[in-house]
Write a protein that binds this ligand. Structure first.
Ligand SMILES: NC(=O)c1ccc[n+]([C@@H]2O[C@H](COP(=O)([O-])OP(=O)(O)OC[C@H]3O[C@@H](n4cnc5c(N)ncnc54)[C@H](OP(=O)(O)O)[C@@H]3O)[C@@H](O)[C@H]2O)c1
Length: 369
C-alpha cells in the first residue's frame, strides 16, 4: 500500500515538474524582435519573421549588420533565391515549433541560397578575399549582408549573373545528390516528375549531362520550357498519367510524390530506383506535409527491404565538392539555371506566396542592392 502511494506521489511530482518545464520553455522561447527596441548601431535591411504564420508575417526590418568570426566570410549579398524550406519554416506547424522555437522562431532570419561579393573575411579564412564573387549557402540570405563559413561558398562562374548563381545551391545540390541516390548511369531511362520547378529544372539538365535519356513530367504551359532545357520526352500530366503507360524507367526522380507506391513500381524496371526527393508534395500544405512524409518514409523503408525495386530517401547535404561540380557544369554550358521571376527584397512575401502555390517555373529570385 505504502509503495503504491509513493509511486502515485512520484508520478504526480514528475508530471508537475514536466508541466512547469514545458510552461517555462514555452514562455522563454522568444526572439530578438522585441528585445532590440533600440535602433541597431550598424544597420542593414533584412527580411525577418518574428511569428509563425502565412507569408504575411514576413517583413523588411533594420537589423544589426553581422560581423564575421575568425572562420567566417561576410558577404555583400547581390541575390538570393527561395526554396520550399523557406516557405515551410515560417508555417505555424507543431514540428516547426519543436525545431525552431516553441512560442516564436528563435532565429528570425530567412533564406539559404546566396550570391554576392566577399566584403570581409575572418583571420582563419584562406580561400577567399574581399571582392571575390561567390555563391553558396548561408543563414539569412534575404538581407543586405550575411556571414557563413568558407566551406559553404565557392567562386561564382564568370558566365552567369548573380541572380542565376543565387538559384543554384539548394535546388542544384538536391538534384545532383538525388540522382546519385538513384545510381544514375549513362544510357539509362530516367523520369523526372515535377520537372519544371526549382529542383526539377536542375534534375533534367544534370541527368542529361550524365548521358541519361530523360522523360519529363510537367503541365501544358511548361512544355516548351522543358524541351528548351533538353528533355528527350515530355509528358503533360494534365493529359496523360505516366504510371499508366507501358514505358519502364531505371530511375524515377520524384519531386511531387503524387502517385501510389504500386503505381510507381509498375513503371520501374525490375531493379529500378525511385528517388523520393519531394516527399511532402508540391507546394506547402499545412498539416498534410508531415503526414505524407512520415507515410512515404515508412512504406519506402518496408518496400525497399523486401523487393529489388528501391525507394530512396535522402536529405540534401551542403557539399563544397558538389557546389564546385555544379559550377563546372554551368561554366561548361551543360546546366543553365532557370529563373521564373526576380523580386525586390521588400516583395519577399509575394515571392513566398508564389512558391507556396507549388507551380514555380524554375527558381524565384530576390535581387538585393
Ligand atoms: N530531399 C531534400 O532534402 C529536399 C531538398 C530540397 C527540396 N526538396 C523537395 O523537393 C520538392 C521539389 O522542390 P522544388 O523547389 O522543385 O519545388 P517547386 O519549385 O515549388 O516546384 C514544384 C513543381 O511541381 C510541379 N507539380 C505540381 N503539381 C504537379 C503534379 N500534379 N504533377 C506533376 N508535377 C506537378 C510543378 O509543375 P507545374 O507548374 O507544371 O504543375 C513544379 O514544377 C519539394 O517537395 C521540396 O520540399 C527536398
Amino acid at each position: 500500500m505504502k509503495i503504491k502511494r509513493i509511486l502515485k506521489w512520484s508520478f504526480s511530482a514528475i508530471s508537475l515538474v514536466l508541466l512547469l518545464w514545458l510552461f517555462i520553455a514555452y514562455w522563454a522561447s522568444t526572439n530578438d524582435c522585441n528585445r532590440n527596441a533600440a535602433a541597431p548601431t550598424n544597420p542593414m535591411k533584412a527580411i525577418r519573421y518574428c511569428e509563425y504564420g502565412s507569408p504575411d508575417v514576413v517583413k523588411l526590418d533594420d537589423v544589426q549588420k553581422p560581423v564575421p568570426d575568425d572562420n567566417q566570410v561576410l558577404i555583400k549579398i547581390r541575390a538570393a533565391s527561395l526554396n520550399a524550406l523557406d516557405a515551410y519554416m515560417i508555417r505555424d506547424a507543431w514540428l516547426n515549433r519543436l525545431i525552431f522555437g516553441l512560442r516564436k522562431p528563435r532565429d528570425t532570419r530567412l533564406g539559404r541560397d546566396v550570391a554576392g561579393q566577399v566584403e570581409a573575411v575572418g583571420k582563419n579564412v584562406t580561400q577567399f578575399k574581399p571582392g571575390d564573387e561567390v555563391f553558396g549557402i548561408c543563414r539569412g540570405s534575404l538581407a543586405e549582408y550575411a556571414v557563413t563559413p568558407e566551406r559553404a561558398l565557392v567562386i561564382k562562374p564568370l558566365n552567369i549573373s548573380f541572380e542565376q548563381a543565387a538559384s543554384v545551391s539548394l535546388a542544384g545540390l538536391t538534384a545532383l545528390q538525388g540522382l546519385r541516390e538513384g545510381k544514375i548511369q549513362p544510357g539509362q531511362k530516367v523520369l523526372i516528375n515535377g520537372a519544371t520547378g526549382g529542383v526539377g529544372t536542375f534534375a533534367v539538365q544534370i541527368a542529361k549531362s550524365f548521358g541519361a535519356e530523360v522523360t519529363a513530367i510537367c503541365s501544358t504551359r511548361n512544355l516548351d520550357l522543358i524541351r528548351s532545357i533538353g528533355a528527350d520526352r515530355v509528358i503533360d500530366y494534365t493529359k496523360e498519367d505516366f504510371t499508366k503507360s507501358d514505358q519502364r524507367y531505371d530511375v524515377i526522380f520524384d519531386n511531387v510524390c503524387n502517385h501510389s507506391f504500386t503505381e510507381r513500381r509498375r513503371v520501374l524496371t525490375p531493379k529500378g530506383i525511385c528517388v523520393l526527393a519531394g516527399m511532402g508534395g508540391a507546394g506547402v500544405k499545412e498539416g498534410q506535409a508531415i503526414g505524407r512524409i512520415a507515410g512515404n518514409l515508412f512504406i519506402a523503408r518496408g518496400l525497399s527491404s523486401f523487393t529489388d525495386q528501391k525507394f530512396a530517401q535522402y536529405m540534401t547535404k551542403m557539399s563544397k565538392q558538389d557546389l564546385i561540380m555544379l559550377g563546372e557544369l554551368i561554366q561548361a554550358g551543360k546546366v543553365r539555371p532557370v529563373i521564373e521571376r526576380t523580386y525586390k527584397l521588400n516583395d519577399a512575401p509575394e515571392a513566398l506566396r508564389q512558391l507556396d502555390a507549388g507551380h514555380a517555373r524554375g527558381k524565384l529570385v530576390i535581387t538585393i542592392g
